[in-house]
Structures are given as structure tokens and as C-alpha cells.
Design a protein around this ligand. Structure first.
Ligand code: PGA
Length: 249
């Protein structure tokens, strides 16, 4: 049985004051949630979150990681070992904003996934098609290719990844994939994992992301292959995010 996961990707939002307020309201509100819950703050606020969340059920993730494993002259980069050392349990890799704004390609995403696993930080591998790709009927081809590169690159520990299906046209737009549209792609991803091994298909969680909110969470999370959510905008509001976490049955 896969434990459902809801992760809040704060992107480049927040400051120490707003984070204190958000977590003070969120922590008690999700104490009874059946889901595993993670928050993914901007990197500089990880230590603050570690302090504020000590003793709670929430864990912490980072939004990106270097593909470089060894220390060295990589100005601006942060290694997976550093993330682990700072208290990060998860890291996002291949978020569509990293792919489209910062030129991250499939090979780099795969290298980052491997670097995370080497340091025992659990990667959440994001995949998803643009609106043009969906309209051209290329959704499964694009998602399949993005995930294949990661699965083919990893030498071991494939079962430790989480996949997040995030249609790019649904991120931050208020447009959500219908539960049926999302389920179709999740089922396809599950088949792709099964081609690797039946155990992988059973173990790996597939999250949905893209304008998840309290009003649509329960219906999305009820789909058989949706194992939780990666939540952007709505994770900045304690009440809304708690309602999403508490929508896990
Ligand atoms: P959104 O973002 O929930 O604001 O659409 C999701 C994401 O980018 O992870």
C-alpha cells in the first residue's frame, strides 16, 4: 500500500515572518491527516523550517539540487549531501519551471536524480507536457520520454523515486486536468514503471500537480493511480493547504 504524499512547493515565495505564521497555522491543522506531508521552501529557509517543524509530522524538501556529487568549484550550486546535512528529506528534480526557465534537459534531470539518491535524499521527478504538446496528441510520448531517461540512467534504487505528473498548462493557471485526464496519464506512467518491474509499479508514488486546490483535491486523490499531490500556489495558504492534506482519505 503506497502512503499518499502531499508536498507544498513554495517556489520563490515567503520570508521568515510569513513562514513562521504559515507553519504555526498549518502544523496543528494537519496533525490528523492520513497523508505524509512535506513543505518545500526556498533553500535559505530550510534551517528555519527544520527548527519550526521539529517534532511534527511534516518533512522538508528542496526545490532543486546540483548534479555534481563531489565538493568543488561550482559557484551557486548546492549538493545533495548538503541538502541531506541540512535536514532535507526530499528534493524536486525537473520541475517544469527549471526545464523551461533554466534550460534543464532530460539528461541533467536524470543526473540530478542520481545525485540525490547517492546522498539519500528522495527525488520527486517532475514530468509533464505543454499545452502545444497536448494539443498535438503528444502527451504520453513526452511524459514517457522524460521518465524513461531517468529510469534508464539510474543504476539502482529506482523504487526510491516519486514521480510528479504536472501538465505544464495546468501549473499556476487555475486550469486543472480533470480527474480522468490526470488518471489516464498516471495509469500510463504506472505501465511504464511496470515495464521496468512489477515491484516498481507497486511501490513508486505518482503525484498530480497543477492548480490543485481544496475544491478539487478529493476527486483527484480518489483516482486509483494518483498517490497525492504536488501543490504550488495553494500551499502558501495554511487553511487551503491543510484542507488539501486532509482530503486524503
Ligand atoms: P500550482 O503549482 O499548484 O500553483 O499550479 C504546482 C507546481 O508548480 O508544483
Amino acid at each position: 500500500m503506497r502512503q499518499k504524499l502531499v508536498a507544498g512547493n513554495w517556489k520563490m515565495h515567503g520570508n521568515s515572518q510569513s513562514i513562521r505564521e504559515l507553519l504555526a497555522a498549518l502544523t496543528p491543522a494537519v496533525a490528523e491527516s492520513a497523508a505524509e506531508i512535506a513543505v518545500i521552501p526556498p533553500l535559505v529557509y530550510v534551517p528555519l523550517c527544520v527548527d519550526l517543524l521539529a517534532g511534527s509530522k511534516l518533512s522538508i524538501g528542496a526545490q532543486t539540487v546540483s548534479e555534481q556529487c563531489d565538493p568543488g568549484a561550482y559557484t551557486g550550486e548546492v549538493s545533495a549531501e548538503m541538502l541531506a546535512d541540512s535536514g532535507c528529506h526530499y528534493v524536486l528534480v525537473g520541475h517544469s519551471e527549471r526545464r523551461s526557465l533554466y534550460g534543464e534537459n532530460d539528461a541533467l534531470v536524470a543526473a540530478k536524480t542520481e545525485a540525490a539518491l547517492n546522498a539519500k535524499v528522495l527525488p520527486i521527478v517532475c514530468v509533464g507536457e505543454t499545452r502545444e504538446q497536448r494539443e498535438a496528441g503528444e502527451t504520453l510520448k513526452v511524459v514517457g520520454r522524460q521518465l524513461d531517461v531517468v529510469l534508464a540512467t539510474l543504476k539502482s534504487e529506482h523504487e526510491k523515486i516519486t514521480v510528479a505528473y504536472e501538465p505544464v498548462w495546468a501549473i499556476g493557471t487555475g486550469l486543472t486536468a480533470t480527474p480522468e485526464q490526470a488518471q489516464e496519464v498516471h495509469a500510463f506512467i504506472r505501465t511504464q514503471l511496470a515495464a521496468h518491474s512489477a515491484e516498481l509499479a507497486d511501490t513508486v508514488r505518482i503525484l498530480y500537480g497543477g492548480s490543485v486546490k481544496a475544491a478539487n483535491a478529493a476527486e483527484l486523490f480518489a483516482q486509483p493511480d494518483i498517490d497525492g499531490g504536488l501543490v504550488g500556489g495553494a500551499s502558501l495558504d495554511a487553511e487551503e493547504f491543510a484542507a488539501i492534506c486532509n482530503a486524503i482519505g
